[in-house]
Design a protein. Structure first.
Length: 318
C-alpha cells in the first residue's frame, strides 16, 4: 500500500514538474512572439520594406526584418534562445507568417477605428489604381471627426475590383462598410475624381450611394484632380509650355529608350557630384501634372549634363 502511495506521489510530482515546464515554455514563446510582432509593427509603421534579395544564412544582408530580429536578439535572451532552439518548421520568421501577422495587425487597427466611428457621420473618398499585374484596385478612405474635434482620415481598404463599372464599385463600397458594421446611412459626403463611373450624376458611384443613403451625401469633385486638369489645359493652350513638355518627353524617350544611352546619361550625372535626389527624367503622364513638375525640377538640377548628353548623341550620329 505504501509502495503504491509512493508511486502516486512520484507521478504527481513528475506531472506537476511537466506542467511547470510547459507553462514556462509558453511564457517564453509568448515573449519571443511579442518581440517579433514589435519588429513587424515598427517596420510597418515606418513604411520600411521587410524582405531581402537573399535571406539564407550565408547572405550578408537578409533584409530589414531578419536583420532587425537578429540585432534585437543580442539584447533579448528569450528571443536569442528562440532563434537557436526553435523547431525548423516553427520559426515564426517566414514570409507567410510575416504576412499573416501583418494582416492580423491591420484587422485590429481597422476594427478599433471602426468601433470609434460607429454611429457617427463620415465622408468617403475612393480612387482606382492598377497594380503591376494590371489588376484594378479600389482604395476606400473614410474622413471623420473625433470626439475631441480633430479631423481624421483612415484607409479602410485597398480592394481588388473585378470591374470598374459604377454598379460593381458601389457593391464593393457597400460590402466593405457592412464588413466594418458601418451604415451607408451615416455617409454625409463623397469625394472622387471626375471619371464618369465615379462622378456620373445619374448612374455613377456618387449617384448610386445617394440612392442607398437616406442622408443623400453630397458629392465634391476632388480639388486635387480639378487643379491637375486646369494646369494641363493651361499648358495645352500656352504654346511655349506645350513645346517645352513635348521636348522633355522626346529627351526622355532618347535617354530611356536604350540601356546604353541611359548609362551614358548617368555617367554625366555622376560627374556633376549631385547629392541624392531627382536625376532621371520621368515619363509624362497624360493626367498627372506632378510628373511634368518633377521633370522641370530635374532639368533645373541637371541641365548641363542633359545638354552634354544631347551633344554626344549628335556627334555620334554625325
Amino acid at each position: 500500500m505504501e509502495e503504491r502511495s509512493s508511486v502516486a506521489v512520484h507521478l504527481s510530482q513528475a506531472y506537476a514538474e511537466q506542467l511547470r515546464r510547459d507553462k514556462e515554455q509558453r511564457e517564453k514563446n509568448r515573449a519571443a512572439l511579442e518581440s517579433i510582432i514589435d519588429v513587424i509593427r515598427f517596420l510597418a509603421r515606418q513604411n520600411i520594406s521587410f524582405r531581402g534579395h537573399r535571406e539564407g544564412k550565408d547572405s550578408d544582408n537578409r533584409g530589414n526584418f531578419l536583420e532587425l530580429i537578429h540585432f534585437i536578439a543580442k539584447y533579448n535572451p528569450v528571443l536569442q534562445d528562440r532563434l537557436g532552439s526553435h523547431p525548423r518548421n516553427v520559426s515564426w520568421l517566414s514570409p507567410e507568417i510575416q504576412n499573416e501577422l501583418l494582416h492580423l495587425l491591420s484587422l485590429e487597427v481597422v476594427s478599433q477605428i471602426a468601433d470609434d466611428l460607429r454611429g457617427s457621420c463620415f465622408s468617403i473618398l475612393c480612387d482606382e489604381v492598377s497594380d503591376r499585374s494590371n489588376s484594378e484596385l479600389m482604395s476606400i478612405i473614410l474622413r471623420y471627426v473625433t470626439t475631441f474635434g480633430f479631423i481624421r482620415e483612415a484607409v479602410f481598404g485597398l480592394i481588388k475590383a473585378d470591374s470598374t463599372a459604377a454598379a460593381n464599385l458601389c457593391s464593393v463600397v457597400d460590402a466593405r462598410l457592412k464588413e466594418l458594421r458601418l451604415s451607408v446611412n451615416d455617409i454625409v459626403g463623397q469625394c472622387y475624381d471626375g471619371a464618369s463611373n465615379m462622378s456620373g450624376h445619374t448612374s455613377g458611384l456618387q449617384a448610386r450611394l445617394k440612392n442607398l443613403s437616406i442622408r443623400k451625401p453630397i458629392f465634391v469633385h476632388c480639388w486635387a484632380h480639378v487643379l491637375n486638369l486646369v494646369l494641363l489645359d493651361i499648358c495645352k493652350q500656352v504654346s511655349a509650355c506645350a513645346r517645352t513638355f513635348e521636348l522633355l518627353h522626346s529627351v526622355y524617350i532618347v535617354v530611356e529608350g536604350s540601356l546604353k544611352r541611359h548609362g551614358e546619361y548617368m555617367t554625366l550625372i555622376a560627374d556633376l557630384g549631385l547629392d541624392d535626389g531627382l536625376k532621371v527624367l520621368q515619363s509624362l503622364a497624360a493626367t498627372r501634372w506632378a510628373a511634368r513638375c518633377v521633370n522641370l525640377k530635374i532639368v533645373e538640377r541637371c541641365l548641363s549634363a542633359i545638354l552634354e548628353f544631347l551633344e554626344q548623341q549628335t556627334d555620334a550620329i554625325s
